[in-house]
Design a protein around this ligand. Sequence first.
Ligand SMILES: CC(C)(COP(=O)(O)OP(=O)(O)OC[C@H]1O[C@@H](n2cnc3c(N)ncnc32)[C@H](O)[C@@H]1OP(=O)(O)O)[C@@H](O)C(=O)NCCC(=O)NCCS
Length: 430
Amino acid sequence: MTVITDRPVPVDPQSQSRLRERGLEYRLIDMDDPADGAGFLRADARGFLDENPTEAELAQMRETMRTRRNIGVFDPDAGSWPIATVNGWVTPLTVPGAELPMWAISSVTVAGTHRRRGIARCLLEGELRAAAAAGVAVAGLTASEATIYSRYGFGPAIPVARLTIDTVRAGWAGGPVAGRVLYADKPTLAADLETLHEAARGDRSGQIAGWRGRWTRMAGLAEGDKQAAAVRGIRYLDVDGAVRGAMAYTLSELPDHFRSELKIRMMIATDDEALRALWQFVLQHDLVARAVVDQRPVDDPLPWLVADQRAVTVEVHDHGWLRLLDVPASLTARTYRAALDTVLDVHDPLGIAGGRWRVRVDDSGTCRVSVSDAPAEVEMSIVELSAIYAGAVPAAQLAAAGRVRGTEEAVAALSAAFLTAPAPLLGIWY
Ligand SMILES: CC(C)(COP(=O)(O)OP(=O)(O)OC[C@H]1O[C@@H](n2cnc3c(N)ncnc32)[C@H](O)[C@@H]1OP(=O)(O)O)[C@@H](O)C(=O)NCCC(=O)NCCS
């Protein structure tokens, strides 16, 4: 993939001048400056209702944030911490048949004293314009609330499943497992999760690269993690002794039960047998009555691993949100499952990525896009195109909702081309 360095990208001049008109300074944070970095991290924690971080927590967070382009908004009357924060970094996004650079956005906060005055809008639009100006074709984020980001053109593109299992009732109906499951200490667990995620993330559309601080946190090694003492880990070794799976989890006693809930923090397997082994460990754990996990793919084999499918509750919910910034570049970056020849009209209220194109996919799944002035066969806004992009959401479903317009044939052809298998996944929060 093309490597784009995000660090030197300057702040967006439009957002800078809009905020300056209100007496606010919008600028890059110097994470190597102790006061500037700490102010950003403390404001970020305050925005997400976390406790004020200790010096040890700040030192750990700084390691991650150094790799990002951090921005603060400062009010001269409001002390030295920024009153709003955001950051972005460029990370590979897996799409069908390929990966492409994605501008990931996180740490979106506006201080309680400054909310509902349009500051978040300046932050988000600023990130999107900066990313587009840097030549990045797609932006992504995970959202604290599902109603915030469509107004900026993001679509919920990568749904995931939250699974709750009554392990007393579930039983086992899965195939055999030949390797071994062993406990892992926390440093080993963190290293396994990192290596396995890197090995597996190319297998499913929607995945992005992880980072060291994410795996350290999952393994219970992060400063300030109140659950840290409860974190345990296992690894699965195949018959040749190669590590193919790992899981971080906690156990907590259910009230009045003398049985516990097993909460999976992270479960990664690079093949089906490894995944079966991890699930078998969960389902057959003594003194556990319930297991819970989130951010699993919607086609997780779990319902077919248990003897009683009614022991499994599956809740599918939005998780990965995408926003196309360059339609030809993002559409040609992925492959497709069926041939297509259509004229697509895309409306973008922010004026970043709209236009009309002829989109042709040949029998090998390769896509070509050219500007067109022919009548559109399918019309949608950038939200809907971003939602179908990763291959999880059928265009026909959005057409049934009245959000994609076109003939039944054109919409069906779009669904057939865009949908992908296995189901897209974003296995981490950011
Ligand atoms: C979400 C947050 C950043 C919004 O900041 P803000 O400066 O108040 O937002 P703005 O004034 O720019 O509002 C922009 C739009 O978003 C809407 N909006 C703002 N916060 C919202 C929320 N929590 N839920 C739904 N819509 C919201 C506003 O109504 C406004 O709508 P409009 O464009 O139709 O007028 C802020 O409330 C916050 O810091 N929340 C806690 C941290 C958080 O959840 N961050 C998001 C992480 S994914």
